[in-house]
Design a protein around this ligand. Structure first.
Ligand code: BGC
Length: 763
């Protein structure tokens, strides 16, 4: 009996233990839940989770589903509808452990509704507008079953030869950092696990914008101080805002590719910054370690990448091929693989996918009847954000706004360019849904006969450039030429101009000219378009240039020729309507440059916040042996922070609450800004600070704050900025982040050059 009882006890204990081993920890307990899952995974299943596969023609759907069901794929990108992604998630649910897939995409400036390119968004200096663009992008992407975006792209770009300048938020560390935080919060909304949110993965970590010579994929060689002070803060801001992922840059940094860079990925990102999220390689970057010359073969490349903590390998077979052998030989440890798997599973957990793998896919019966339906777009928001991003560079004799009764000649290769209007990285945007400038102006006019159109020129007459642009993997055909000879096109445009009261010329770049790998040695408007502008100027008619481009262009000659210049970048789905709003004065422009416009390529770099030097050029004192190019005027064509309005603003002198600041205190710097013109309008009041003498050289000024203010005609407002020791801190030669006592100059202006100044001392 006793024996039996004991047996009974044994049996019940044993069954309890079996129960404990098979009952998974509750979903609420994230760490235990994931650990338990990892404990059940085979090596193949683990490595499968590290593979991020691009859906394209080279990957038949049948095969993909088979691979997913076998547990060989962790996530995909480039498949962007619910009906496409549902069968893949179904396949994952058929896999042994039912680990959900995630679906990724480059949602950079909108998803179906395309907002202005990031450089244009930055031109708005309007954090609400930028945030709105990100939130709508997230909602649209999530509604299309996407879980994660490879954005925001926060690479500081100080060399406009780099084609990806269009994709970033400009040259300034403070402005880009502010936007980085706003975009991450907008994408992730109430949390990356919300049904209407997508996870943000900030890119390209790190320093990609500093590729030597602005040539894409080139090396980056940079001092630690410059990294910490100027280039790293935007990534840090995105991570501090909660970005769940990081995409690792393609470039090398001081001799070590980011993808193999243990200092960058482990010491800085994880240990120093505390990042716990997902690190995704860029496209094929692990294989490129061989090309970089730091890995002898695929085996070494995979080892370097996994050791650097690159969790997911984007479109690269090396992890699958090499990790088992590396593990067997002891070159890598089980923990290297498990850490990467944990990061992937954590991210999926944070996206809410373990709770509901169909969170963003939804039920088939709820799928949109027409994925591309116009009713799914957010046109009103896109139009408003777009008009806030336009920068008025010149407006001689009040040429703008145009009168609606006037006869207008609209010319130029970009006047009817729906693809270009969206800019590059236009996600799921459809050219047929984007409003061209011609459409937008037509929409604004009740008497359509007052608008005469002539193409005037092709994008380029350089066959090599054209071939390059059409080789890029965009929606075909990317750039369509008018086959007529250049002079015939120009003659037609000149005739239209002569018949009109005013000429509007839409000129600049096609979107592919400012894209990944599209670096330029020359930042002029293509020569054949310049010929058109010259011919239009010769008619003597007032000439308005509407610039479309993804980077600053050197428009020295055009600045003289044009009566008015509106920089529109690439302004998205509603671009044409937004530009027409500004051209006709239905909206008063308020954008400011987030990047300096140089006079010539030879001047680059021209970023405003450069370091002080021993022999600075002094305007008006031409003498020898100062820092300048003797063959051109010193200084930019248009400075950082510049942008006009249809009204005028005046700034009073600055009032500073004290001439000294304690380490724990605060200073108030204020100006009165007055709208002295006849129209209501907005402007951006900008605060700059200069550390006059430090333990090392410091920038001539740095943006530290700004406020966008709306003023009715005649209205004035006092704008206050609070300054504390934090605003004065910098990374010194020991990389210690601290402020140093001494004199500081404070400047307030409506751009970075035209400022009012006061000084104080930090005690
Ligand atoms: C780009 C990334 C992008 C990836 C996936 C790469 O070529 O550098 O920015 O996220 O492709 O489309």
């Amino acid at each position: 009996m006793k024996k039996l009882c004991l047996l009974g006890l044994f049996v019940s204990l044993a069954s309890h233990q079996v129960l404990a081993a098979t009952t998974p920890p509750p979903l609420e307990n994230k760490d235990a839940f994931i650990s338990n899952l990892i404990g059940q995974m085979t090596l193949e299943e683990k490595i499968g989770q590290l593979r991020l596969i691009s859906i394209g023609p080279e990957m038949p759907r049948e095969l993909i589903r088979k691979e997913i069901a076998a547990g060989n794929i962790g996530g995909t990108f480039n498949s962007i509808t619910r009906p496409e992604n549902r069968p893949m998630q179904d396949a994952a649910m058929r896999s042994r452990l039912k680990i959900p897939m995630f679906f990724a995409y480059d949602v950079i400036h909108g998803h179906r509704t395309i907002f202005p390119i990031p450089l244009a968004l930055a031109s708005s200096w309007d954090m609400d507008a930028i945030g709105l663009s990100g939130r709508i992008a997230a909602k649209e992407a999530a509604a299309d079953s996407l879980d994660i975006t490879f954005a925001p792209m926060v690479d500081i770009s100080r060399d406009p030869r780099w084609g990806r300048t269009s994709e970033g938020f400009g040259e300034d560390t403070y402005l880009v950092s502010r936007i980085a935080g706003v975009m991450v919060k907008a994408f992730q909304g109430s949390g990356a696990n919300a049904a209407d949110s997508i996870m943000a993965s900030v890119k390209h970590f790190a320093l990609y914008g500093a590729v030597e010579g602005g040539r894409d994929y080139n090396v980056v060689d940079m001092s630690p101080v410059k990294m910490y002070q100027d280039y790293l803060p935007p990534y840090r801001a995105a991570i501090d805002a909660g970005a769940g992922g990081v995409m690792v840059a393609l470039n090398s940094i001081n001799g070590v590719p980011a993808t193999a860079n243990t200092w960058l990925m482990n010491d800085l990102l994880r240990k120093e910054w505390g990042f716990k999220g997902l690190a995704v390689s860029d496209h094929g970057a692990i294989f490129e370690l061989i090309k970089h010359g730091v890995a002898a073969d695929g085996r070494e490349a995979a080892k370097l990448a996994i050791k650097a903590g690159i969790h997911m390998s984007m479109n690269d077979t090396l992890y699958g091929k090499e990790l088992p052998g590396l593990l067997k030989s002891g070159d890598i440890q089980q923990s290297d693989i498990d850490n990467a798997v944990r990061a992937v599973l954590d991210a999926k957990y944070d996206m809410g996918l373990f709770k509901d793998p169909y969170l963003r896919i939804g039920k088939a019966e709820d799928d949109p009847v027409d994925t591309y339906a116009d009713s799914r777009l957010h046109r009103a928001e896109a139009r408003d954000v777009a008009r806030r991003s336009l920068v008025l560079l010149k407006n001689q004799n009040d040429t703008l706004p145009l009168k609606k009764g006037a006869k207008i000649a609209l010319v130029g290769p970009l006047a009817k360019a729906p693809i270009d209007m969206m800019g590059s990285w236009a996600a799921a945007g459809k050219p047929a849904q984007s409003v061209t400038l011609f459409d937008g102006m037509n929409n604004a006019l009740s008497d359509k006969s007052t608008l005469i159109y002539a193409r005037g020129a092709n994008i380029t007459s350089d066959k090599k450039v054209l071939d390059y642009l059409n080789f890029l993997n965009f929606d075909a055909p990317e750039v369509v030429d008018d086959p007529r000879p250049a002079n015939v096109l120009i003659d037609e445009a000149v005739k239209a101009a002569k018949d009109a009261d005013v000429v509007v010329a839409a000129v600049g770049e096609s979107r592919g000219m400012s894209h990944e790998s599209s670096s330029r040695t020359d930042l002029n408007i293509p020569e054949n378009q310049r010929e058109l502008i010259r011919a239009l100027k010769a008619t003597g008619k007032p000439l308005v240039l509407v610039l479309m481009n993804g980077r600053p262009l050197t428009i020295l000659e055009e600045k003289e020729q044009a009566d008015a210049i509106l920089e529109t970048w690439f302004s998205g789905t509603e671009g044409g309507n937004a530009i027409a709003d500004v051209l006709f004065g239905d909206y008063n422009p308020s954008g400011k440059l987030p990047i300096t416009i140089p006079r010539s390529v030879g001047q680059i770099p021209t970023y405003y916040n450069h370091l002080t030097i021993g022999r600075p050029f002094t305007p008006g004192k031409p003498g020898n042996y100062t820092s300048q190019y003797f063959d051109d005027t010193t200084g930019p064509l248009y400075p950082f922070g510049y942008g006009l309005s249809y009204t005028q603003f005046s700034l009073s002198d600055m009032a500073l609450s004290s001439t000294t600041l304690n380490k724990t205190g605060k200073l108030d710097a204020s100006v009165t800004v007055k709208n002295t013109g006849k129209r209501d309008g907005e402007t951006v009041v900008q605060l700059y600070i200069q550390d006059v003498a430090g333990s090392m050289i410091r920038p001539i000024k740095e943006l530290k704050n700004f406020q966008k203010v709306m003023l009715k005609a005649g209205e004035q407002k006092v704008v206050h900025f609070s300054i504390s020791e934090d605003d004065l801190k910098f990374y010194n030669t020991q990389l210690k982040y601290a402020a140093e006592p001494g004199k500081f100059n404070v400047q307030i202006g409506l751009d970075s050059e035209d400022v009012t100044q006061q000084s104080f001392e930090l005690l």
